[in-house]
Design a protein around this ligand. Sequence first.
Ligand code: NAD
Length: 494
Amino acid sequence: MSEQQTIHTAGTWRSAASGATREVLDPADATVLAVVAEGDAADTDAAVGAARAAFDSGQWPGTPVAERAALLRRTADLLQRDRERIGLLESRDAGKTLEEGRVDVDCVTDAFRYFADLVIGEGAGRVVDAGSPDIHSVVVHEPVGVCALITPWNYPLLQASWKIAPALAAGNTFVVKPSELTPLTTVALIELLVEAGLPAGVANLVTGPGDPVGARLAAHPDVDLISFTGGLTSGTKVMRAAADTVKKVALELGGKNPNVVFADACATEEGFDTAVDQALNAAFTHSGQVCSAGSRLIVEESLRERFVAELARRAEKIRIGRGADPGVECGPLVSAAQLERTRSYVASALAEGAVLRAGGEQPEGPGYFYRPTVLDRCNRRMRVVREEVFGPVLTVETFRTEDEAVTLANDTEYGLAGGVWTSDQGRARRVAGRLRHGTVWINDFHPYLPQAEWGGFGKSGIGRELGPSGLAEYRETKHVYQNLAPRPVRWFAG
Ligand code: NAD
């Protein structure tokens, strides 16, 4: 692949049919990091055509499971070989720290290995007892077909891999469309799949904007499944666009994630230190541009002043800068638009009565930086509490009773993830059981496992990634009923 030839169809790297290009910016200083092809509907149709041909007439869907798994494992090995290069590329493209870039490569490697192991471990189908020795009945799983995979800018490599690894494990072909803001590691991943030996036409990539590329994929009659990760607004458009062709739709959307802290979790100095530390981590990792960011701190009233004072003190000390520079703990926001959005949410919160305890400003200098911000005295009626900011902004609300804590934590149209901090194990289980969120962390925040499902309740989406359900998304289920001793049924007298 040379610069600007970032569209991959039928095994060939190409420029956009129109010749259009787009500059990808380094969010740390707004300089040009790369120039990529700006695909459009024609490029999208070509990519879908290649994926369709590879599915309908190619060998991949019928390739033995062991060979498909071996390809995933080779890809995982190549990711580890190129860990430093790809981690740095992700850091520069998305603005995250280099260490986060490396962690992303490791998580993605684990996901490829997990799905390889999962398909290898499966049997050849589920035999059903049809009540007669003359009937052999089995339920089998087959690939869905051509999958369109649309991803956001905050975890470009990771989100693409959570879709690509299971799609390939199940025997599908695909077209992936990364965010136009951060396409570079998806290009790198496709290069590794090619190097690992994936047949031409199985993996296709179109770099370009949501509309027309993503919109065309969602509406395309030759696409069988669309798996989308991104914001609620685009997700609803995708669902609408997919309706006419009744394709399968999986949506991983936003979150407004509560982090509930009971005073008993902070009864010791060590407990207090851990809960404060993890509240910072929950809210400010990748400058808060995380779908599962713990952006709503819901703390027991008796603990509030001590907790927020310490939180604000530590937030002020967070070192922000270019993600790849040594010692940097938080990178920039991804774009000027994201910076403006963050600023406007903080302004609206202050106008509605929130109290600024840390941050609330853009530092001097180039790039899209914003200081980690703590807003105290927030309440559930404020926009900043209800809507996803996707920036380094932590709101603080308080509760007096366990019921009140649960009510507040569930008071969101989303339902992606939430945390609860308590030393009372009974309370931990009770609260976890009542939280209407797809992932609940008890005395922790953020970890996920490739073998455990990821996804949301409510407007956080439809379907699940990772775990056995993450593979099932990419499959059709077929019941094969075989009569070993066929006889006339004589329903009609003849
Ligand atoms: P976005 O919705 O703006 O864009 C996501 C992708 O959709 C991009 O590739 C974009 O080009 C494409 N797109 C835009 N309009 C489209 C359309 N009409 N049809 C088809 N595709 C279209 O989201 P973003 O700003 O890139 O990412 C941030 C959002 O992603 C946040 O809301 C975040 O919570 C969410 N997210 C969710 C998860 C999760 O696992 N649930 C993970 C990461 C990010």
